[in-house]
Design a protein around this ligand. Structure first.
Ligand code: ZN
Ligand code: ZN
Length: 141
């Protein structure tokens, strides 16, 4: 997923990551929690949330926010890119912590076609070198 193509900044994406982490147990994320997690003031967080809601990546309920299905797809796609790059870099002999850092700097900026080509070259791994599942990897089995 290329965040720029979606009109998203890094901080918009950080906001989605925060919501995802905060709703891990199924509860909506409240503005207070989201702003604390992003280390910004609540009105700033509301600005991100309004933008993301307008793009249908986040939805607002009675007591807080959560990702939409589309929002989760975006997150999964970036996670997929991250773990595929880690696999590539570690196969190239780069130590894992370094591979993880490099992957973080590019995982938000790739398009889908490139990612599918990379996945094929890597023979469709379903786990990254950390052993974490690669989202979408099962599709290829
Ligand atoms: Zn990593
Ligand atoms: Zn990993």
């Amino acid at each position: 997923m290329n965040l720029m193509a979606l009109g998203l900044t890094e901080r918009d994406y950080d906001c989605m990551v925060s919501i995802n982490a905060l709703t891990f147990k199924g509860w909506p994320a409240r503005v207070k929690e989201i702003s604390a997690s992003m280390k910004v003031k609540p009105p700033t967080a509301v600005g991100f949330l309004e933008k993301l809601t307008g793009l249908n990546l986040v939805e607002k309920g009675n007591i807080g926010y959560r990702l939409t299905g589309r929002g989760k797809e975006v997150l999964d796609s970036v996670t997929r890119a991250h773990r595929l790059f880690e696999t590539l870099l570690s196969e190239a002999g780069i130590p894992l912590d370094n591979a993880c850092r490099i992957s973080s700097s590019i995982d938000r900026h790739v398009n889908g076609d490139f990612l599918e080509a990379l996945c094929s070259v890597l023979r469709h791994p379903d786990r990254c070198p950390h052993g974490s599942p690669i989202p979408g990897g099962v599709r290829h089995v």
